[in-house]
Write a protein that binds this ligand. Structure first.
Ligand code: SF4
Ligand code: SF4
Length: 207
C-alpha cells in the first residue's frame, strides 16, 4: 500500500510540475475541486495521495528527522483553526491584486510549497496540514462527511497507540478511560499508514 501511495504522489507531483510549467493551473484547480467534492464520499485522499505539498513535506520531514531538527511540540499560538482561513483570504486577495493591478501572475502556490517545506523542517507535519494549509481547511468541510473512511473497530483496539505515532495528520485520539483509538475524518488523509502498523488489524478503510 505504501508503495502505491508513494507512486501516486510522485505521479501527481510530476503532473503538477508539468501543469505549472505549461501555465495550465486551471487544470490543477479542477483536480482539487473534484477531490474536494468527492472527499464527502471517500475522505481527504487528496492530502494522502495527490497533494504536491504533502509529497515535499515527506522529504523535509525525512531531512528534519535525520538532522534532529524536528521539535516534538507545536507552539500554542500556531494551533488555531482560523489561520488557514486567513491564509486562504490572503491568497485570493494577492491573486486578484496581482492579476488586476499588476497584470501578472503572483506565484502564491509556489510560496505555499516553500512554507510547507520549511515549516516541516522544524515542526511536525500536522502543524502545516491542520493549522496553515488553506486547502486543508476547505477539505475539512467535506472530509468530515466521508461515507468511506479509515476507522477503528473499537472492540478490536488494544490501545497500544502505535497508530498515532505514524499519523502525520494528528487525526487519532484516544477515548478515556477505555483507551480505544478514534480517527477524526475531517483531518484524516486516508493514507493507510495506521492500517499497516496496527498489530491487531483493528483499523480498516470502510463504510
Ligand atoms: S494501533 Fe491498532 S490496537 Fe493500537 S491503538 Fe491504534 S487502533 Fe488500537
Ligand atoms: S488516521 Fe491513519 S489514514 Fe488517517 S492520516 Fe492518520 S495514519 Fe493516515
Amino acid at each position: 500500500m505504501e508503495k502505491v501511495r508513494v507512486g501516486m504522489e510522485l505521479l501527481f507531483l510530476l503532473i503538477f510540475i508539468v501543469l505549472v510549467a505549461s501555465g495550465k493551473m486551471m487544470l490543477w484547480l479542477t483536480i482539487f475541486v473534484i477531490s474536494l467534492l468527492t472527499a464527502a464520499v471517500f475522505g481527504r485522499y487528496f492530502c494522502g495521495y495527490i497533494c504536491p505539498m504533502n509529497t515535499l513535506m515527506r522529504l523535509s520531514e525525512m531531512i528534519s528527522m535525520k538532522m534532529g531538527w524536528q521539535s516534538n511540540s507545536v507552539p500554542k499560538w500556531l494551533q488555531s483553526r482560523v489561520t488557514p482561513w486567513v491564509v486562504l483570504v490572503l491568497m485570493i486577495l494577492t491573486t486578484i491584486f496581482s492579476k488586476r493591478i499588476l497584470q501578472r501572475e503572483f506565484p502564491v502556490l509556489l510560496i505555499l510549497l516553500f512554507v510547507a517545506f520549511f515549516v516541516t523542517l522544524r515542526l511536525k507535519p500536522w502543524a502545516f496540514h491542520n493549522h496553515i494549509c488553506p486547502y486543508g481547511a476547505l477539505l475539512r468541510l467535506t472530509g468530515k462527511y466521508a461515507k468511506f473512511a479509515t476507522t477503528v473497530n473499537a472492540s478490536d483496539c488494544i490501545g497500544c497507540k502505535k497508530c498515532a505515532k505514524v499519523c502525520d495528520a494528528n487525526a487519532i485520539t484516544f477515548e478515556s478511560p477505555s483507551k480505544e483509538a478514534r480517527i477524526d475524518p475531517s483531518i484524516c488523509h486516508q493514507c493507510a499508514a495506521c492500517i499497516t502498523i496496527c498489530p491487531v488489524d483493528a483499523i480498516r478503510y470502510q463504510k
